[in-house]
Structures are given as C-alpha cells and as structure tokens.
Write a protein that binds this ligand. Structure first.
Ligand SMILES: [Zn+2]
Length: 104
C-alpha cells in the first residue's frame, strides 16, 4: 500500500495553504504522478475555450486546477482538518484520525 498517498477519491478535504485556504471539497481525482489532487469547487481557474464548431460557444470555462497534496488536509467528521494515522483492524490497515482515532 502506498502510504504516501493518504488521500483518496471521494474524501472530504480542506485546503490548508494558498489562495483557497479554508475551503472544503470532495476529491474528484488523485494525480499520483504529480502528487496532486483535484477537489470539487476548489482552486477554480478560468480557461479560455476556443470555439470549435458553429454550435459550440467559445468563451471562458471554469475548471478545477490540481492542488498539491501538501496543501490539503483530510477532514475528520469530529475534529475538522486532521492528519491521517493508521490502525490495524484485524489484518486490515485502516485510516484513522490522528486526533480522535475515528476511522476515516
Ligand atoms: Zn478526529
């Protein structure tokens, strides 16, 4: 198991650094090669779209730019942003909140 990547798709995370600090969202994609995640509604950048056909409208699209994993923290339902710890549940390794020990 890759312990470097503590954050997974569908996790709720909070931004802890940068322009969107404090914002929360759900992880929609994990970019393992870039050590980055894409979080819904967070780190929105405007991108100019070219009109490719008569039907299609050109203009500006808003897309979510990747955030480096060091800039996000997983959110515990009890404590808020926290660090991830691991616990053995039988022979299964589970992710837990380092503060309260709750499974994440
Ligand atoms: Zn907790």
């Amino acid at each position: 198991m890759d312990t470097k990547f503590k954050i997974r798709k569908d996790d709720t995370v909070q931004v802890i650094a940068g322009k969107d600090k404090g914002k929360r969202g759900t992880v929609v994609r994990v970019l393992t090669k870039k050590d980055a995640v894409i979080v819904s509604g967070v780190n929105i950048v405007k991108k100019t779209m070219k009109r490719r056909s008569q039907q299609e409208q050109g203009g500006i699209a808003e897309i979510e730019a990747p955030l480096h994993i060091s800039n996000v923290a997983i959110v515990c339902k009890k404590c808020g942003p926290t660090r991830v710890g691991y616990k053995l549940d039988g022979d299964k390794k589970i992710r837990v909140c380092r503060k309260c020990g709750e499974a994440l």
